[in-house]
Unconditional design. Sequence first.
Length: 89
Amino acid sequence: MKHGVSVKLKEVPFRVQLFKVVATNSDIERVITNHPEGSFTTSDIQDENVVRWQIEQLHRELKQLTGSEKYECRKARSQHNHLACYDLA
């Protein structure tokens, strides 16, 4: 399944590609993409997962270091101001 399997899901109006990615520790992850058939390989998906995991770690560290999960503001400008104040401290 190097290029995934093209499948039609009942609730989705277009075909998607389904990939089965096996990690080095034998964990199995299934990934679905709506990119055109044949444009991705399993190794491309694994590379994307590495990048995705790094972004996830960055967000987790940012929240832990700044306490941003406790912010009660929702607007982007207010959140920016909170982070700027943290940076100045």
